[in-house]
Design a protein around this ligand. Structure first.
Ligand SMILES: [Zn+2]
Length: 90
């Protein structure tokens, strides 16, 4: 299945990710990986399996997430989620 979600808002994050041409995350949607990482980080969820998470993602050849590392995207999303978790605390 190919990803057809609207990832317009996070294109700036996608630009700076490393390329994963031919790697383990090849063709997986890095933008979906970013969003999944963000959700987990925002809720401070600690127990998850990155390999499983990435293998469950849809594929993508679109926009700035094309050929980008879903692992790096996930980690960046998680980081930003955790940052926003703290920012939202009173
Ligand atoms: Zn996607």
């Amino acid at each position: 299945m190919a990803c057809n979600k609207d990832h317009t808002k996070i294109q700036d994050y996608m630009k700076d990710l490393p390329i994963d041409q031919g790697g383990v995350g090849r063709h997986k949607c890095a933008a979906c990986a970013f969003e999944r990482g963000y959700e987990l980080g925002r809720q401070m969820i600690e127990n998850f399996n990155i390999g499983e998470t990435i293998s469950n993602l849809e594929e993508s050849q679109a926009q700035n997430q094309r050929h980008k590392s879903p692992h790096a995207a996930f980690a960046m999303g998680y980081f930003l989620g955790v940052r926003d978790y703290y920012a939202a605390k009173p």
